[in-house]
Design a protein around this ligand. Structure first.
Ligand code: ZN
Length: 494
């Protein structure tokens, strides 16, 4: 066994190799030389994995918490982003090389060269000083850096013949805020309640990189919880999770500790029962998605790192071979969103809560889907005797069962085909008769199929099949008539 012999950094390479060789995902427009970086296509197995991940999110967050799901437009008017603040502040600092014209993202460049952390709110002037002090020059030609400016990361589009200014949404949540009032009324809700949305967002990143980790077009799953700020602790829904232990890393701590929601509330690490409840829900979700508990942390952002409107901010991060990766931003956005749209649109956004008129505050769980899928793949991938085994939770597996005739001849083939046809109505199954049985097992272990079903000599005698488990390679015999129930039980969400 060469288990664990693999260097940590190469886990990333292993995931990328699997992705490309088996078609989970691939660079978009790859046959053309002018393909811009930061765009990826999902192949058949990637789509299936993504759909199952989204179904798990629906089940463990949207349905569990009785949230409402919407599906908004991707192109939104300029005023939406004027009100949200994106037009003015959704910018990255950049500088140009005066000689070769290479463009650098300034804060990252300074951090790379000096190790100094540049706070999100540092001004261009602050950064210019750092560049001078440390003599930072162009990495390519050594030229002097000039043209310090801000670059807005939204994609502008021209709508209609007149080319009216509009933007591809840089986050999915704005539709939730601008539709809030109509949904509140038509669905007859009371505070607190949440609206959720899955869809694509677009950001014109200056230097997209690392596959699914920083893309220019990507999937988000966002949840916006609307609540009365005076009642964030009047929240009985949280009672059943009070003993659940969160993996917290509060401001000023450099390690993660297990703290029950109850203790986190009593020691004021977390501001309210409402926030504790949603942090618990999102951590439980990733545990179900196959990320080991010890690789999850909820890191509190200090004032330097969080958005100016966020009163409290936690990032759910997962540890990988590339370091800790932010998967979900959990932000208390206060009344920034509804307040901003109320001011610019003139549409009053307040609602009645037990006779009190309130402008709802928002607690947000903003999830990156693509990077979540990367983290799940990396945490599931193993190299055993130089072969990849993808130990996905069975309910996330793109294919749930492979049906294999032991020999590529009759009557094994038609018996296997008959079983495959009956299974594929309720499960994601494949039929495969090509190659030795060992080679076929390896083929399906590699893409995470949790069980193989083999039709062999004994099947012809007693109507039982061999079931082989991916992770243990244990084989057992199952009556053909029990196969449906057996599979249903094995791929059930736990
Ligand atoms: Zn240069």
């Amino acid at each position: 066994m060469v288990h664990g012999a693999m260097g940590e950094r190469s886990k990333y390479d292993l995931v990328m190799r699997l992705a490309l060789e088996r078609g989970f995902f691939m660079p978009s427009s790859e046959i053309y030389g002018d393909a811009p970086a930061g765009f990826w296509d999902y192949g058949p197995l990637g789509v299936a994995l993504k759909n199952k991940f989204i179904e798990l999110w629906r089940r463990e967050l949207v349905k569990r918490d009785d949230m409402l799901e919407i599906d908004g437009a991707q192109i939104l008017s300029k005023n939406v982003f004027r009100a949200s603040g994106h037009l003015e502040s959704f910018v990255d600092p950049i500088a140009k090389c005066g000689k070769c014209k290479a463009i650098y993202r300034l804060d990252k460049l300074i951090e790379e060269r000096t190790g100094i952390h540049v706070p999100e709110r540092a001004s261009l002037e602050d950064m210019r000083k750092l560049v001078e002090e440390h003599g930072i020059r162009c990495g390519r030609c050594g030229g002097e850096l000039t043209d310090f400016s801000h670059f807005n990361m939204m994609f502008r589009v021209g709508v209609g013949v007149a080319g009216l200014d509009a933007y591809l949404r840089p986050e999915t949540c704005q539709s939730i805020f601008i539709d809030f009032l109509r949904i509140y009324k038509t669905m007859r809700r009371k505070l607190p309640f949440a609206i959720a949305q899955v869809g694509k967002s677009f950001r014109n990143e200056i230097s997209p990189r690392q596959g699914l980790l920083r893309m220019r077009e990507f999937y988000q799953a966002e949840i916006e919880v609307f609540f009365n700020p005076r009642k964030a602790n009047d929240f009985p829904k949280a009672d059943p999770i009070l003993d659940y232990k969160l993996r917290l890393q509060p401001i000023g701590e450099d390690s993660v500790k297990d703290v029950s929601c109850r203790d986190a509330l009593e020691s004021r690490l977390i501001s309210s029962k409402l926030v504790a409840y949603y942090l618990a829900l999102i951590q439980q979700f990733y545990e179900k998605a196959g990320i080991p508990r010890e690789k999850i942390r909820l890191r509190e952002l200090d004032e330097d790192e969080r958005a100016f409107y966020a009163a409290e901010a936690w990032d759910l991060e997962v540890e990988t071979s590339l370091g800790w990766i932010e998967l979900v931003a959990c932000n208390n956005r206060g009344e920034h969103d509804l307040g901003g749209h109320e001011r610019l649109s003139g549409q009053e956004m307040t609602v009645l809560d037990d006779g009190e008129r309130v402008l709802p505050n928002v607690f947000e769980l903003s999830m990156g889907i693509d990077r979540s899928l990367y983290c799940i793949l990396e945490n599931s991938i193993y190299l055993v005797n130089n072969r990849i085994i993808l130990k996905l939770p069975p309910y996330l597996a793109p294919i749930q069962a492979a049906v294999l005739p032991l020999l590529s001849k009759e009557p094994f083939k038609s018996e296997a085909m008959r079983i495959y046809r009956s299974l594929k109505q309720d499960f994601d199954a494949v039929y495969d008769a090509s190659g030795s049985i060992g080679r076929r097992y390896a083929r399906y272990d590699e893409i995470g199929v949790p069980v193989d079903i083999t039709i062999d000599h004994q099947t012809l005698e007693d109507r039982t099949v061999t079931v082989r488990f991916r992770d243990s390679t244990i084989q057992l015999r199952v009556e053909e008539s029990d196969l449906m129930n057996f599979l249903r039980d094995h791929v059930k969400i736990r």
